[in-house]
Design a protein around this ligand. Structure first.
Ligand SMILES: [Zn+2]
Length: 333
């Protein structure tokens, strides 16, 4: 998979498709706003693109009923800038999500990927190597009365030893349910099974003493049983890491998945498909062309040809990046 994320249908579609092909893109990760345009989906299939529809799970916005929001330890709602999260045990909310997901699994796409499938955290502005951040300083959720009750029942039943295990069980169960839904209705136009992906927070297993699973509920080892690929958001510039972090993170995640496969005595190919940024976010410092060049080269080297750029509008508006990407149009698989 080599391509780009986009969140709206491009205006000059034919020209854009030509450009994508010129850049060697074979994969498009499309946002929810693109899914209702059936002509667009049909054309992408006709042109031979692998199309993945992004499925946000717990992301809320300003219009979301505040009663639905997860709660932090001090009882305040899970809001940090634009990052707002719904409580992960709200049955009605989950039911409506599953209904949408089931419908989406019948669309003219090749795969669905679960995004915001985790507990609350504004990780985009946290540096994974920051020595002032730890398990204790990260914001934990959810402490609404229902979640507290469920946590107590979970621990008493012996299903796990701490809140981290409880969080992972919630995220695992939802991912498993999505897998089951897709098994029923997820077949592509060509008759192939549709794939299920999961957007992983770009923290290593050891980052903040295991916060990826303990605080965010993403245990890649157990999740690997249900998904076909993980796509970590390796946005090095916003997290203020060096570019090489992309590579070490991909390797770290591969190790977690491979270990799990060994333990389960199975051997499925579950690629780690990093997504990289080429434009600055949350920081005033711009990303130089040289830094973009290094980002592309490092990611391509790390990902065995699987790479998704974030995001199309950032590339489209920048001829320098387009020219740069043209050099790599044949280096992916
Ligand atoms: Zn809750």
């Amino acid at each position: 998979m080599y391509g780009v994320k986009l969140y709206s249908v491009p205006k000059n579609l034919n020209t854009t498709i030509k450009l994508w092909q010129e850049l060697g893109f074979n994969t498009l990760f499309i946002g929810q706003d693109c899914k209702t345009d059936s002509d667009f989906l049909e054309q992408l299939q006709h042109e031979g693109f692998f199309v993945n529809l992004i499925e946000p799970v717990f992301l809320a916005d300003e219009k979301t009923d505040p009663k639905l929001l997860a709660l932090t330890k001090d009882g305040s709602p899970a809001i940090d800038g634009w990052v707002r999260f719904v409580c992960p045990t709200n049955k009605e909310y989950l039911e409506s999500f599953y209904q949408r997901f089931e419908k989406d699994s019948t669309l003219n796409v090749n795969s669905l990927s679960l995004d915001f499938i985790r507990f609350f955290q504004f990780w985009e502005i946290i540096t994974p190597t920051d020595s002032n951040t730890s398990l204790d300083t990260l914001k934990e959720t959810c402490f609404c009365p229902r979640c507290q009750e469920e946590q107590t029942a979970f621990l008493e039943s012996g299903k796990g030893k701490d809140f981290g295990d409880w969080r992972c069980s919630i995220i695992n169960d939802i991912t498993k349910s999505c897998r089951e839904i897709m098994a029923k209705s997820g077949v592509t136009a060509q008759g192939n099974p549709k794939l299920l992906g999961l957007h992983a927070v770009p923290w290593k297993k050891s980052t903040f003493n295991g916060a990826l699973s303990k605080i965010l509920g993403q245990n890649l080892a157990t999740l690997s049983e249900y998904v076909n690929f993980f796509t970590p958001m390796t946005y090095h510039h916003m997290m203020k890491t060096d570019i090489n972090y992309i590579k070490t993170l991909v390797t770290d995640m591969e190790t977690q998945v491979n270990k799990a496969q060994l333990a389960q005595k199975v051997s499925r190919n579950i690629p780690i498909i990093p997504s990289v940024q080429l434009k600055n976010y949350y920081r005033d410092e711009k990303i130089s062309l040289e830094e973009n060049r290094q980002t592309i080269e490092t990611a391509l080297e790390a990902c065995h040809g699987n790479l998704i750029y974030f995001q199309w509008t950032d590339i489209e508006e920048n001829p320098e990046i387009i020219n740069e990407l043209k050099k790599y149009s044949h280096s992916s698989s």
